[in-house]
Write a protein that binds this ligand. Structure first.
Ligand code: NDP
Length: 485
């Protein structure tokens, strides 16, 4: 099912599409049917070299431009993305299988938000003036150089833009490697940046599996690596980057808690649990997959949740009426099925779903487990699929200890009408991104990222600037130089 807006080659380097068919084939599968929609090729060493050389070359011109000039290009790219939202959303749906109902409001639009926000900030990046009596120090905020971005498969457009926008705003250049599972969308971002006036080489895209990412991360020309991926990959990439003393941003996985107290607004809590578990068929890093419900509300919560799940509409994700898509790949579907089997084998009660939907493609039913205990596999491991676990609790102290008893720390949410408790609980979570009476919103204005094993650094907001720039400090002496002899 080739799409008009589909990219025309595997890589985008130095302002143009580039192909090298000697690279390993990457078959792009539409997850809703299992049909092949494109064949791309992994980057060969020659392609990797070309991309890094282009990024290094482009850095001189790009970093010499004023922030306002760079920002204007990013904002123009945001406008183009919004104008083409329909086509980009269709491509995102073909790449990932996520329903158009979602992609048309959450992917190119979120990418455009990042380009617009960081485009707006670019002209206002400054250093400081520090007075020391007659002497003084001034600081200069400088780009890092060539940055490498490596993406996961769940939000290919958004991830490319969340990394490119702050990197480019600060005057860096980038080589981006999408996940081999969803290779198409980042190429369109590269195309659009050129159309908006970015000099060739400022943002390059190369395809490949882990080996291509590893080759990029270990290259001496690279100053920074930003990865969105799983914790095991994060550990490997962080270690490789450390060898070269490179800067890193690690946006990794989670097993986030959602804590629902008896006094919560039931309907809001159920909506939060749906958003935090079944949006993008559960393939969201910050999902609140451990849903702790205080015992007095538990039965009503489960009943209402299962009732609301009758509103799931599966089908062709390109149909705007469809609100629930397939897993991104057959492999991911099998991994999630394995977790569902483990949940049953370890004694959790299947309250809803649990099976593969009877249709072509990699569809799984939205699944709810109750009677889940902390030590069960489904309560400990990141599943990355539509599987919600309900855990019962009695007291605030108890639930906080249990919520934090995990190596992860990406997100956490609390539902309660008690204002004081809401803030106390948000403060007590060991998580980088917390929610009170909502879940999973990620506006570009707010920092996003994890603590503990879930990551290092923050994306979005002014915080991201600190992770894509460094500060030079210049001491200016106004008087004599006092030397001991
Ligand atoms: P992976 O960790 O499997 O892969 C992430 C990326 O890293 C892919 O592009 C992958 O390439 C690449 N890669 C793999 N090995 C290496 C290596 N040794 N060196 C360099 N690059 C490498 O993650 P998934 O794609 O499976 O995505 C799911 C994970 O991402 C989940 O854990 C999820 O929580 C996390 N995630 C985190 C987010 C956040 O913001 N915190 C947001 C979205 C997802 P390839 O796959 O092509 O081999």
């Amino acid at each position: 099912m080739p799409h008009d807006a589909q990219p025309t080659a595997s890589h985008f380097i130095d302002g143009q599409y580039v192909e090298d068919e000697s690279g390993d084939p990457i078959d792009c599968i539409y997850p809703a049917t299992g049909a092949q929609i494109a064949r791309l090729h992994a980057a060969t060493p020659a392609i990797i070299e070309q991309s890094l050389a282009a990024a290094e070359r482009a850095g001189a011109q790009w970093s010499a431009m004023t922030g306002t000039e760079r920002g204007r290009i990013l904002r123009r790219a945001a406008d183009i993305m919004r104008d083409r939202n329909h086509d980009l959303s269709v491509l995102e749906t073909l790449d990932t299988g996520k329903p158009y109902q979602e992609t048309s409001v959450a992917d190119a639009t979120s990418g455009a938000d990042a380009l617009e926000y960081f485009g707006g900030l670019a002209g206002s990046l400054t250093g400081e003036h520090i007075r020391l009596g007659e002497d003084w120090v001034y600081t200069v905020r400088e780009p890092l150089g060539v940055c490498v971005g490596i993406g996961a498969w769940n939000y290919p457009t958004q991830i490319a833009c969340w990394k490119a926008a702050p990197a480019l705003a600060c005057g860096n250049t980038m080589v981006f490697k999408p996940s081999e599972t969803t290779p198409l969308c980042a190429l369109k971002v590269a195309e659009i940046l050129i159309e908006a006036g970015a000099p060739p080489g400022v943002f390059n895209v190369v395809q490949g599996m882990g080996a291509v990412g590893a080759a990029l991360v270990t290259d001496d020309r690279v100053a920074k690596v930003s990865l969105t991926g799983s914790v095991p990959t994060g550990r490997r990439v962080y270690a490789a980057a450390a060898e070269g003393m490179k800067h890193v941003t690690m946006e990794l996985g989670g097993k986030s808690p959602m804590v629902i107290f008896e006094d919560a607004d039931l309907e809001k809590a159920v909506s939060g649990a749906i958003l935090g578990n079944f949006y993008s068929s559960g393939q969201v890093c910050s999902n609140g997959t451990r849903v702790f419900v205080q015992r007095g509300l538990r039965d009503a919560f489960v009943a209402r949740l299962c009732e609301r799940l009758k509103g799931v509409v599966m089908g062709d994700p390109l149909d705007p009426a469809v609100n629930f898509g397939p897993m991104v790949s057959e492999r991911q579907m099998q991994i999630v099925q394995g977790f569902i089997e483990k949940g049953q084998a370890e004694g959790a009660t299947l309250a809803h779903g649990g099976g593969r939907a009877e249709r072509e493609g990699f569809f799984l039913e939205p699944t709810v487990f109750t009677d889940v205990t902390d030590e069960m596999t489904i309560a400990r491991d990141e599943i990355f699929g539509p599987v919600l676990s309900v855990l019962d609790f009695d007291t605030e102290d108890e639930v906080m200890a249990r919520a934090n008893a995990t190596e992860f720390g990406l997100a956490a949410g609390v539902f309660t009408r008690d204002l004081t408790r809401a803030h106390r609980v948000a403060q007590g979570f060991q998580a980088g991104t917390c929610y009170i009476n909502t879940y999973n919103l990620a506006p570009v204005e707010a920092p996003f990222g994890g603590v503990k094993a879930s990551g290092v650094g923050r994306e979005n907001s002014k915080e991201a600037i600190n992770h894509y720039s460094q500060v030079r400090s210049v001491y200016v002496a106004m008087g004599d130089v006092e030397a001991p002899f």
